[in-house]
Structures are given as C-alpha cells and as structure tokens.
Write a protein that binds this ligand. Sequence first.
Ligand code: MLT
Length: 253
Amino acid sequence: MHDPAAPTLLLIHGFPLDHTVWNSNVEALREVAPVIAPDLRGFGTGPSTATAPSMVHYAEDLHHLITARGIGSVVLCGLSMGGYIALAFLERWPQVVRGIILCNTRSTADTDEGKQGREATAIDALTKGSAVIARAMAPKVLSQHTRTTDPELAKTIEAMMARQQPEAIAAASRAMAQRPDRTHVLRNANKPTLVITGEHDTLMPLPTSEAMAAAAQRSTLVVLPHAGHLSNVEAPAPFNKAVIDFLRTLPDA
Ligand code: MLT
C-alpha cells in the first residue's frame, strides 16, 4: 500500500483515446501513489461538450475534479495530448504540482502545416466519422515491433479511437492547433520532471523529448526500447518502473 502522504498521480490520456489507455498502468502505480485517470470532456464517459475547448479548458476540468475531491497536490502524468494539457495545468496552478511526467509529447506549438492537418482531421471526424480517423491513426501510434508481436493490441487501440465522439475529436484537434509553445512553462516551473518516450515514436521523434528534458531544470529522460507513441501500453513494465522510480525520488512536500 502506498504512503498516505504520497501526492495523487493524475493520469491524462492522449488523443483520441480515453482513460482505458492506462489499464496496464493503474494497478501497478497504485502501489506507490493514489491514482486518478479521468476521461477528458467529450471522451470516454467524460462530460460531453459541444464547444471547442482549448488545452486550458481541459486543464480547468481536471483542476475542478481534484478540487472537488479535496486533493491538494498532484503529480501530473500526461500522454501526448495529455502532456499538452499537463503543461497548461502547470502554467495555471504550479503550486499544486509536485512533479510532472511528460510521455510521448512535446512542449512546442504546432507548425502551420500541423495546424492544417488538425483542421483536416476535425472535418474528417465530423463528416466521415470516428472510425475513419481510427483506421488512419491507429497504425501510427504503435511501433512496428508492437504491431507484429501484439496484433490484438492494435485492434484494441483502433476500437478505443473509433468509439470516441466525432465532435470530441474535432474539438480536441482544433484545440491542439491553438495551443502555444509552453517550453518556458516547463523551464520556469523548475519541478521534478520525468520525460518518457518510445524508441520508435514517429509522431514525437526523440529530439522533442530531449528538448523537454533539457528545458526542465530537474529532469530524467527515459527512452523505452521497441515502443512507439503509446509507450505506456506498448512497454507497460518498464514504463511503470520509470514512473514508480520517479515518484519514489520526489522530495517531501
Ligand atoms: C496524441 O496521442 O494525443 C496525439 O498524437 C497528439 C497530437 O496529435 O499532437
């Protein structure tokens, strides 16, 4: 059982996923800390929304959630889009954050080309449906190694993407396009930082993780062999170990 004084680990899922993407992690991580893994608005069983939120809106939802539960300090752990949201949270409520874990993500903004791709994704989601997005995206988030050794996992991830609401996919895609560069937030916050990525993450190539680890003043970078963009799912045991090691080294509040 974890130390009763341990800060809550807040797991923030990526796009276009839901909290079940943490299924291979929650039980192991609960050994060292209380864990919450909510669905973001519009995704999974999260509150539905018709508006196009920004990363800040998702962060506000998470802040409301922890405030409602009386949680005073958290370690943020964001996967990809969850990392963008974690940085928006850190910018707004640094006093609540004991440490930050950034998985398969980046702290920089989208390029103009990237923004155009987001709009195309939003329109495709709304006009063609989530299954089309899932079919295009699922192969890109797992490494070749994972797809070959665990074809069932590829199906699970595609199904997870396909069951998300088109409106939520469109809103998140447009919101990601608007997010600013938050590298300075990471640098200035001076929080204990763990950066995790997969050796074969083609969506967030290694230099994006190296740049975040360099920007954060107290950081560790862990690169998981064979894993792609969903390193927590593709390599759960080393992923969980990296997070547990990090939690155990956090200074007392
Ligand atoms: C994610 O996994 O959340 C997305 O790949 C993030 C993104 O598209 O930038």
